[in-house]
Design a protein around this ligand. Structure first.
Ligand SMILES: [Fe+2]
Length: 393
């Protein structure tokens, strides 16, 4: 699948001080030069930002391999409806090194982190964009681009190459991490030819939160940076603190949007899942199911009809314990409905939904165009009887 040239956000942003022109001498008070760095993807033609450092961003003193990241799938692909209870998952304390992979293919991977300790290093994912759905917790994502507050319900988009660290203010913390081989972007149909989100989109640029505080660390001590590249982790020792940026501008930076700022679409009769879409990547889409009034025709059936999505695996993460068309799920459940099999509401749910006025469901859906593998870790938290839950009681 070809890569879309449109990635990240078409909003120009700038923090701190930048020189009048690109690529001209930009001096400190003592007369020495700042160090300019371009951060972006797709070479020099994709979205990018220009950063101005106190010290050379390339001043690496040592490089040490940490480990490979070969994710292990269950030995044989099991084709049936699956249910995983992620509240039963235990993870290590790091927000980035202790992610437990759950479902993955070559284009997208879903993993879970339950951080308990702030990392003493900074992290850069060199091979994928990340969308981190904050299930629980509140804190600050610090990056070369400044500080960005996050809280439960936020999708925090961290484009590849952005050096960052998750600061933990108020827990417990639980992150659902969607890692994408291609660039993550807002759906093309929500944007006009200029890249602006149109009046028809379920969110606007005003809902997008960008880094707001630039903290300059003038610190010449060694600093550890962990980089993920080629499915491996390496640690680099930088000769100074990496967040020594006095200013930057451009289109490439981490940003956040809350699921609670997604404006639900409602119709006289049922509208299909694409109206809930919030992101697209290469080979997958992300949708937000949020509290909303139901369809308003008296005879409308708000519950969805059974559907068979050939060439699409459907993953739902239940961000609270309600979901109108499903039973037996709980807060933190993940269901996987693989392609080739029909899925839909369980017995009773369709009848129950008629005449109901509203739903309080909150869920994140990831539909992938290619089959997902289930990790060995996920099989340990599986509800083995889920595929039988459509039988009449
Ligand atoms: Fe579905």
């Amino acid at each position: 699948m070809g890569r879309s040239p449109e990635s990240n956000l078409p909003i120009y942003h700038s923090l701190g001080r930048v020189p009048r022109k690109r690529h001209v001498a930009f001096r400190k008070d003592d007369g020495s030069l700042h160090y300019e760095e371009l951060v972006g993807n797709q070479g020099f033609t994709g979205p990018s930002s220009l950063l101005y450092h106190l010290r050379l961003p390339t001043a690496v003193k040592a490089v040490r391999p940490i480990r490979g990241l070969g994710w292990v799938a269950e030995p044989e692909r099991v084709v049936r409806h699956r249910h995983f209870r992620t509240s039963g998952l235990t993870t290590g304390p790091s927000a980035v090194l202790d992610r437990v992979p759950l479902l993955f293919n070559s284009e997208v991977a879903l993993s879970m982190a339950r951080p308990r300790k702030e990392d003493p290093f900074h992290y850069r994912n060199g091979q994928g964009d990340e969308v981190v759905y904050v299930v629980e917790g509140r804190g600050v994502l610090e990056s070369s681009f400044g500080e960005l507050d996050y809280q439960a319900g936020d999708y925090v988009v961290v484009p590849r190459g952005v050096l960052h660290r998750w600061r933990l203010a108020e827990g417990p913390f639980r992150f659902l991490v969607i890692e994408s081989a291609g660039p993550v972007r807002t759906p093309k149909r929500y944007r006009n030819e200029h890249g602006q989100l149109t009046e028809m989109a379920p969110f606007s640029e005003r809902d997008v939160r960008r880094p707001s505080r630039l903290v300059v660390h003038d610190d010449p001590r060694d600093h550890a940076v962990v980089v993920k590249s080629g499915n491996r982790l390496v640690e680099m020792t930088l000769a100074h603190h990496p967040f020594d940026v006095v200013g930057w501008d451009g289109f490439y930076y981490p940003w956040a949007i809350s699921i609670h700022d997604f404006e639900a679409r409602v119709g006289r009769v049922h509208l299909p899942p694409p109206v809930h879409q919030v992101f697209e990547g290469d080979g997958f889409v992300v949708c937000s199911f949020v509290p909303r009034p139901y369809d308003f025709d008296p005879q409308a059936v708000p519950a969805p009809y059974s559907h068979q999505n050939v060439m699409s695996d459907e993953v739902l993460f239940y961000a609270n314990s309600e979901f109108m068309s499903r039973r037996g799920i709980e807060f933190g459940s993940i269901t996987l409905h693989p392609d080739g099999l029909p899925h839909g509401p369980q017995p009773g749910r369709t009848e129950e939904s008629i005449g109901a006025r509203e739903t309080n469901e909150l869920a994140v859906m990831v539909d992938t165009f290619r089959p997902l593998l289930v990790s060995r870790d996920a099989t340990g938290i599986e509800d083995p009887g889920y595929h039988l839950s459509w039988l009449e009681a």
